[in-house]
Design a protein around this ligand. Structure first.
Ligand code: FE2
Ligand code: FE2
Length: 312
């Protein structure tokens, strides 16, 4: 009996060591890639170039009202204006997420070996996010639209989350914040109808973000195997709740008022839009497939994901 327990403990330890080694290898590769492909947006992009006439700040198909009855009534000028405000709204959301993420990463490494590649990569990622947030802020200023903070309630919910959330929950939320915006940015940077500065910003972000997604995915996959049952359950529910909040907060409704539209009508049309549902579900697909694969989309958590509209 004793032998069996010892054997299984030894096997568990071997597994854990195997996972830790794997963790270091992943981090090592991400560090090598960071050394080769990192950008300084202040130097890399031409911030003094004038805004280009007739170019979009965000691809029209990715604008929330695209293809709705209201969109068809809007002039081209008003559509482009809405795209400019939505780009500012998404960039504001991006900065909010990155500031949360930086704190989550700092908390994640607090107890770990400072000389490990895993910690060194986390610090590299924090440095990436610092540059991104400054870059997004410059992009908002360049477009001339205001910043769009999230509601007081969401702002404070996130204050709690970033302070108390456990590791797997943190990485699940990280992926939620990163993958959907990343999917949109992959369509934005090659698009010749889009402003050069926005294409530059999204290109830099896509390149650096691919590593962040990899790091978070590997860590979450590991955690969903090693974390205790209560923590895995908590991760399912908290990520589902985060998805619900995220889908509502995605575009700040003040954008509609600011381009002269009726806010309630606009919100109702976005809600009823089949195109929009498809965009959001396509954007989330890569993420929801992955989360399903590692066992995050189960039970009450799955129901929350469905109610967010991000899971078909
Ligand atoms: Fe970022
Ligand atoms: Fe990131």
């Amino acid at each position: 009996m004793t032998t069996v327990t010892e054997d299984s403990e030894l096997a568990g330890l071997r597994d854990a060591l195997g996972l830790l080694k794997d963790r270091e290898q992943v981090a090592q590769r991400l560090l090598e890639s960071s050394a080769k492909h990192s950008f300084d947006p202040d130097k890399e992009l031409d911030w003094d170039a004038p805004v280009e006439d007739g170019k979009w700040f965000w691809p029209p198909e990715l604008v929330s009202l695209y293809d709705t009855p209201l969109w068809r009534r809007m002039s081209e000028e008003q559509r482009m204006d809405l795209a400019r405000h939505e780009a500012a709204s998404l960039a504001s959301l991006g900065i909010w997420f990155e500031i949360i993420l930086m704190q989550l990463l700092v908390r994640h490494i607090y107890d770990k070996s400072v000389t490990s590649a895993h910690v060194r990569y986390a610090l590299t990622e924090i440095a990436d996010e610092c540059r991104h947030s400054m870059m997004f802020a410059r992009m908002i200023e360049k477009g001339g639209a205001p910043t769009y903070p999230v509601t007081k309630l969401n702002h404070n919910l996130a204050r709690v989350l970033k302070t108390v959330s456990t590791t797997p929950g943190s990485f699940a939320c990280t992926l939620l914040g990163e993958e959907i915006l990343d999917w949109m940015q992959r369509l934005t940077f090659p698009d010749e109808r889009v402003q050069t500065i926005v294409r530059g910003v999204t290109r830099i972000h896509v390149v650096e973000e691919a590593r962040h997604v990899r790091y978070a995915r590997e860590e979450l996959r590991r955690q969903m195997v090693t974390a205790p049952r209560w923590e895995r359950e908590l991760t399912r529910v908290s990520s589902g709740e985060a998805a619900r909040v995220f889908s509502i907060a995605f575009v700040n409704p003040q954008v509609y008022t600011n381009v002269g539209l009726d806010r309630r009508e606009a919100l109702a049309q976005v809600k009823a839009s089949g195109h929009r549902r498809e965009v959001m579900q396509s954007g989330a697909k890569r993420l929801t497939d992955f989360l399903d694969d590692i066992g995050v989309l189960r039970g009450a958590g799955r129901r929350l994901w469905k109610s967010s509209g991000l899971l078909a």
